[in-house]
Design a binder for this molecule. Sequence first.
Ligand code: UDP
Ligand code: MG
Length: 316
Amino acid sequence: MAEKPVLFIVIPCYNEQEALPITAGRLTALTDDMIAREIIDPASRIVLVNDGSRDDTWKVIADLHAADPRFEGVKLAHNVGHMNALWAGMTLSAERCDCVITIDADLQDDVNAMYGFLEEYQKGADVVYGVRSSRRTDTVFKRTTAQGFYKLMGKLGVNMVYNHADYRLLSRRALQALLSFGEVNMFLRGMVPMLGFNTAKVYYERGERVAGESKYPLKKMIAFAMEGITSLSNKPIRYVLLLGALCALLGLVMAVYVIVSLARGKTVAGWASLMMSIWLLGGLQLMALGLIGEYVGKIYMETKRRPKFILEEHLK
Ligand code: UDP
Ligand code: MG
């Protein structure tokens, strides 16, 4: 571990012209203080990733960079979304830093938690999660949907840190391990816990956006949740298989009922054969779909080219 780590703070920015000047000011003060107190190396940087903004975000970033070389600007050719913007920033930082912290441009996450992050890093943590101790400033809607989402993901077998968004510190080796994941469909919150290593949590209160408005309207939130589920879990496919098996089973019960009714002569012509085919065939079809889905799911996971292991130490 470096005495004073070179810290790169990576910030995705999409239409953040209102928030950025405030954010930049706060981060300048914060990193000034950290450098003065010898918590971080003066070579530390703040990497602002412009995710294809349609406002003057890039101009703001370019001005910040011109005024203070501590600010780096990364301009993506078009809007690729929060996750990919983070990925871009992390990729461009990996070779030059000891650790990286990702945080949103709106500073809803308390920047002072970074002191805690770095303390944990110095104590040997490779992954430090920023966890919201309360969601008082979120709307009731956002809070309930978000919490429901975490619960659902847990049920689907995805290991996620409760109330942790994308505010986290990664040591260089954790970052490199993360970047070795080959998947295009990615959901960082679900991937980071797969890394292993020493982890720690730092709690903080989540505030309001400093300026501008949320870049996550309901439509994007739903897409985000779908991405999380489908990029990490094959379980929905298994439920289809299960449902198919259940239908086929019900078909058997129906078969008994149909045969009994037939024997008692209580049926119209054609009813018995129709009933049997609907239930049995329907169930079998669903089962077949689920089974094919299992293989498709396997192929899907295979195409992600995830590392089979992540090395932490090798004594030789
Ligand atoms: N963001 C981005 N690309 C997008 C949408 C959002 O880089 O397509 C960034 C945005 O600038 C912010 C972060 O992702 O830094 C989180 O967005 P926001 O704060 O609007 O989300 P919320 O806190 O409302 O969930
Ligand atoms: Mg926000």
